[in-house]
Design a protein around this ligand. Structure first.
Ligand SMILES: [Zn+2]
Length: 349
């Protein structure tokens, strides 16, 4: 068994979430229910055949509803978790950091703060005086770190940055009683990175199917979209001013330099206004479609071959393809869009 890179003990923990569960649960569970073991997702990856992942508690009826798609090979592991990359002690500490974030920036607290913050670009900055910025920063650093060591979607941080975050986590878990950590406490941070956190609006309710999890392959900044949240992590302060990463339009609606100035050394959220939120969502759908076209065409051919036992001709392939985007455009999740695209095929005369 490998050693935990944070503390050196045996890396014995199974099912370590790369991104905290509360950030992804609406995106990857049946009907956005957020219930554990009800995960339902396809892996759409150009390098592997399409597989279906269904959590233990997804009912057989739901799977039968999927018709022939139910025959797809099963992904055995949740694509958003990894086994044995860290130890259970460090995982528990990370969960404590997550719980503090989820409580300090939970819906009730945001409700109380919204409308009172300073306007910055097309957003309002909400800061919490009770929630110490060092704990906030360490959590966000840890998310990028976990995605990197778990190679989520092929993502990796440069070794230099990964090591710095690892040092922060080691020192902190070694010196601080994390289990009893309170939001107002300070934790040691040897290495700091500018961070900008944003939240889409509406931040509660709304359409549960407009949910995406993406780690862009950009470095200036590293950029993660997870459900209603986005996180930017900059390697250096000097990169903020020269940032040209479009980030689906976030760059224009909330300039990183302005955002950093308004949030430095504070635990914060930029609550994006509704117009900017829907612009960004529309851009994700559009750009997602472009970069995924080839992977998707290959997947459609494979799925079709598996279900019908013969290769889809060009016409059928394009038909499924167009129906997929039609469903995606009206706000269905990636998963449901593919399912419905195949349903549509059955309706053809
Ligand atoms: Zn450990």
């Amino acid at each position: 068994m490998n050693r935990c890179p944070i503390c050196g003990e045996l890396a014995n923990k199974d099912n370590v979430h790369l991104i905290p569960w509360f950030l992804i649960k609406d995106c990857i569970t049946e009907g956005g229910s957020g219930i554990r073991d009800k995960e339902l997702s396809f892996t759409i990856d150009s390098s592997r055949p399409t597989q279906l992942y269904a959590g233990r508690s997804v009912l057989p009826e739901k799977l039968e509803d999927l018709g022939n798609l139910n025959l797809l090979p099963r992904e055995e592991k949740n694509p958003y978790s990894r086994d044995k990359i860290i130890c259970s002690y460090c995982e528990k500490n990370l969960s404590r950091l997550e719980a503090i974030f989820a409580s300090e920036f939970g819906v009730k607290k945001i409700d109380a703060m919204a409308g009172r913050g300073q306007r910055v670009g097309q957003s309002e900055v909400l800061t919490s005086s009770k929630y110490n910025a060092s704990i906030f920063e360490l959590l966000i650093q840890s998310i990028f770190y976990r995605c990197s060591i778990g190679r989520f979607d092929g993502f990796s941080l440069p070794a230099k940055i990964e090591n710095k975050i690892q040092t922060n986590l080691s020192k902190c878990f070694n010196e601080v009683d994390i289990e009893n950590l309170k939001p107002e406490d300070t934790v040691p941070l040897i290495h700091r990175f500018p961070i900008i956190a944003t939240l889409f609006n509406p931040y509660k309710g709304g359409d549960p199917t407009i949910n995406f999890i993406r780690l862009n392959k950009s470095r200036f900044p590293f950029f993660l979209i997870s459900g209603k949240w986005t996180f930017q992590l900059f390697e250096k302060e000097s990169h903020i001013k020269s940032c040209i990463e479009y980030m689906h339009g976030l760059l224009l609606g909330l300039k990183p330099a302005d955002a950093y100035k308004a949030s430095v050394d504070k635990s914060h959220i930029f609550l994006l206004d509704k117009e900017l939120s829907s612009k960004i969502h529309a851009d994700i759908v559009k750009s997602g479609s472009l970069s995924k076209i080839n992977a998707l065409k290959k997947n459609i051919r494979e799925v079709h071959n598996r279900i019908f036992n013969f290769k889809a001709d060009e016409y059928i392939q394009n038909y499924i393809f167009s129906r997929y985007f039609r469903h995606l455009d009206v706000g269905k999740s990636e998963f449901d869009s593919l399912v419905h695209a195949f349903y549509d095929l059955k309706k053809l005369p």
